[in-house]
Write a protein of this length. Structure first.
Length: 138
């Protein structure tokens, strides 16, 4: 994935779990475990300056929006990515969760932020989405 790219990855773990859960019988419970939006070992230990990036969960996919290199990007690159995200079909709306509210506010105001804030917003959105998907009422 290059700078200023958009990538969509299938949520394979969820799809397999749905198949296994649908095929179960009796009272056996099949629990769902998920990776979240961060790969194991995916910390800020990278040898390159990295780039602004947003990770957003859709029902069947992971969406990753990567900005420009931090060396070249404007300080509001996260805000630009947020503004692009809220225009996509997968966007659930500012009222979906606290994470979506944060992203919508940053997109509206054109204010950037730091990687920790955006990672937090992505986690909140992801776990809210998974909880909704697993809810018996869903």
């Amino acid at each position: 994935m290059g700078y200023n790219d958009l990538a969509v990855f299938p949520r394979a773990e969820r799809m397999v779990w749905l198949q296994v859960d649908a095929g179960r019988s009796g009272s056996d419970q099949v629990r769902f475990g998920d990776y979240g939006i961060l790969m194991a070992g995916d910390q800020d230990e990278t040898p390159y300056p990295g780039s602004a990036n947003l990770r957003y969960t859709d029902t069947t996919t992971w969406l990753v929006k990567r900005g420009f290199s931090r060396k070249k990007a404007a300080s509001d690159d996260y805000a630009r990515l947020s503004a692009e995200l809220v225009e996509l079909d997968v966007w659930r709306g500012a009222n979906h969760c606290e994470g979506c509210g944060f992203l919508a506010e940053r997109a509206r105001a054109g204010r950037g932020g730091n990687p920790t804030q955006y990672r937090r917003a992505g986690f909140i959105h992801h776990f809210t989405s998974v909880a909704e998907e697993l809810s018996p009422a869903a």
